[in-house]
Design a protein around this ligand. Structure first.
Ligand code: SAH
Ligand code: SF4
Length: 369
């Protein structure tokens, strides 16, 4: 009888330990395997020289280390990299790397498409195909690390920060998100600190509470509007979890045992949410909250119907917030603060009938200007 090989990229440390124990092997094999895979970038079991030949052969026969396939590799003149990966079922996802002085941020996707349909988001326009698996999420980090180092132009670049701000709503893929975050933060794998791993959510409140129980990482909340009336229009999820409930959840997040801050993302849409009155309402909402606001210029895409706010509107908006005592970052050019950057990713979705839905992507690099 043949059984499907188990993809070991789908497990965090505890999952791997259980796997080895089930196979009659010692639990410490999990750590050995993780170090080979994530720290030495070795995927070939036969090279794992601190394991017995017997075990290596057994792994080769019963397990795999499968990853998405690289399809397109773009390097912009400013050093930003964008990769398109093919998944086994024909779907495609995007991952973006943004180098900055002293750090390099990888923007990772969590789903193929997104069901939440925010009115200004290219990913939302695609609709939702499916959740990514752990191997498809952590695989983006593994592949990006290797693609950067194998290109002489980028070999000096390192990934120091991860933001779950690619395609999809990470908190609606909780099951695969948690083991992936664990691998990012586990010293036996990538060992990134909690300040360097950020989950961005449009406000899936029950999952925000669950996240705090499961793992200690940074949180970004896509607010985009100071009133329910406007947020209902921009982020339809607001009809389910309104701003008051969202702010309560943010308070619970920062008032937990560990002292935390929330990064609020606010995409600037010309004439829609960028007026002085909105800034004053936002200031009232966030005044006493331990967080900061990141003003993101809207990245236009075909048929969005929105325009990017002018520099003057952004400046006026941020001045009102700053005067009211709200810590405010303005992202005018890529590289200023990229922790909330990847908003316009649109890979390809293959629906069940295998019909391709393809959306026009912004010219590469445009989303960071
Ligand atoms: N679903 C999660 C994470 C992915 S979106 C979330 O919504 O937070 C990552 C960020 O990009 C979010 O703040 C999102 O609102 C923003 N974004 C989406 N479309 C954008 C666009 N066209 N221009 C600028 N930012 C956008
Ligand atoms: Fe989904 Fe985030 Fe886009 Fe909204 S902004 S549709 S939650 S990916």
């Amino acid at each position: 009888m043949t059984t499907t090989p188990v993809n070991l990229f789908d497990f965090d440390h505890d999952g791997l330990r259980d796997y080895f124990v089930e196979q009659g092997e010692k639990p410490y094999r999990a750590k050995q395997l993780m170090q080979w895979v994530y720290q030495r970038n070795v995927r070939d079991f036969s090279q794992m020289s601190d394991m017995s030949v017997n075990l290596r052969e057994k792994l080769a026969a019963t397990a795999t280390l499968e990853l998405p396939q690289i399809d397109e590799d773009h390097l912009s003149s400013d050093g930003t990299c964008k990769w398109l990966f093919n998944l086994h079922d024909g779907n495609r996802i995007e991952t973006v790397y943004i180098p900055e002085k002293g750090r390099g941020t990888l923007c990772v996707s969590s789903q193929v498409g997104c069901a939440l349909d925010c009115s200004f988001c290219a990913t939302g326009r695609q609709g939702f195909a499916r959740n990514l698996s752990v191997s498809e999420i952590i695989g983006q980090l593994w592949l990006a690390t290797n693609l950067l180092s194998s290109n002489p132009k980028t070999a000096h670049q390192r990934i120091t920060n991860i933001v779950m701000m690619g395609m999809g709503e990470p908190l609606l893929n909780f099951k695969a998100l948690i083991p992936s975050l664990r691998l990012m933060m586990d010293d036996r794998a990538y060992g990134l600190s909690k300040r360097r791993v950020t989950v961005s959510t449009s406000g899936v409140i029950p999952a925000m509470d669950k996240l705090t129980d499961e793992i200690d990482c940074s949180l970004a909340v896509s607010l985009h509007a100071p009133t329910d009336e406007l947020r209902d229009e921009l982020v339809p999820l607001n009809k389910k979890y309104n701003i008051e409930q969202l702010m309560d959840a943010c308070w619970r997040y920062v008032q937990g045992e560990r002292k935390k801050k929330v990064l609020f993302e606010y995409v600037m849409l010309d004439g829609v949410n960028d007026q002085p009155e909105h800034a004053r309402q936002l200031a009232r909402l966030l005044k006493s909250f331990p967080g900061k606001v990141n003003l993101i210029p809207f990245n236009p895409f075909e048929t969005s119907g929105y325009r990017t706010s002018s520099k003057e509107s952004m400046e006026r908006f941020s001045q009102i917030l700053i005067k009211a005592g709200v810590l405010t970052l303005k992202r005018t050019t890529r590289g200023e603060d990229i922790d909330a950057a990847c908003g316009q990713l649109a890979g390809d979705i293959t629906d069940k009938s295998r019909r391709y839905i393809r959306f026009t992507e912004p010219r590469f690099g445009e989303q960071f200007r």
